[in-house]
Design a protein around this ligand. Sequence first.
Ligand code: SF4
Length: 389
Amino acid sequence: MAEMVALYVHVPFCHVRCRFCNLHAYGMGDYATLPDLRAAYTEALAAEIARWGERLPGATARTVFFGGGTPTELDAAQLAHVLAAARAAFVVPDEAEVTVEAYPGLGYPYLAALRAAGVSRVSFGVQSFEPRLLTMLDRAHDVAQVAASVAAAHDLGFSVALDLIYGLPTQTLAEWEATLGQALALAPDHLSLYALSLEEATRLRALVKAGVLPAPDADLAADMYRHAQARLAEAGLGQYELSNWARPGHECRHNQVYWRNESWLGIGAGAYGSYDGARYENIPSPTRYVELVRQGGLPIAEVEPIGKATAMAETVILGLRLRGGIDLDEFARRFGRRLEDVYAAPLAELITWGLVEVVGGRLRLTGRALLVANEALLRFLPEAASVIN
Ligand code: SF4
């Protein structure tokens, strides 16, 4: 059977650096002296994809996901060129999910060009509908731009996803309720809700540490999460992952590859991939990445083999994020061991506490466990396994 792959394509450029973000991304101002970097980077992405295609002849790409950074810092024609390279290197079926993460404010012609190139899903980083919070986060878009872009995306037949952040310093429950209401009024097919985490080396963290902004309130963030669960259920959006909701049939297939701990190919500067029992990271600097691809070969900086204990633990930790949980027979087929045997002790404890349950041959978090999910999941770290080969 031909191999199935998922392609993640990283575009590490952003218009501005947002205050809360520590993702691998560079403000375009960092590259003001290299006006042709985007063109060179586009060619390097296409070349790297072609090299993977040579390694995996006949493979099918079931999903292609352009993430970042901000992929829409590239022109629509540049993204189309990279997608064409994926079609030349792999079989990309008509029904493949092709996602582009987008900055709100894209015009109709740009979105129409993406749709014509075969992009099926667009994910807008909205973060908030509250102008003062958008300013606090250093976001360059406004609420009217979100509405216009989402309307255009619906009109063009995209599956439309929105990302929002909650638990922001000074954010009130009323503001969060209003933001959810405004998001739902745009009829998204998918919503991702992320609790703010004050990451190292972000300006937001520095402002909180300096006392300029108050620290986020964890109890209030938990109330916001509970409110969202109820509100989105009423609106017909099903929760299929700890932070993700979708209308039926619009669950993100690409991200489910990660949560099932399956393989994917990471393309681009700083991209991570997981393939053939190892995790790899590409060289982070975009300019160095372009040079290395031009020299031939793959621009991989580091490869780390994934041992069986780690692979089992990751499969449980990630799989429990999914509301559908983990198929216990599938786990046994994949690892030659039953999850119930490998993790007998932590499993018994979590079942006693009412945090996990087995339903229809699948292990999943109970509804009440969602808010304490991280603690529950950490019990499956490799050292928690009783017997490891
Ligand atoms: S949040 Fe998105 S747009 Fe902002 S810096 Fe991070 S990757 Fe770039």
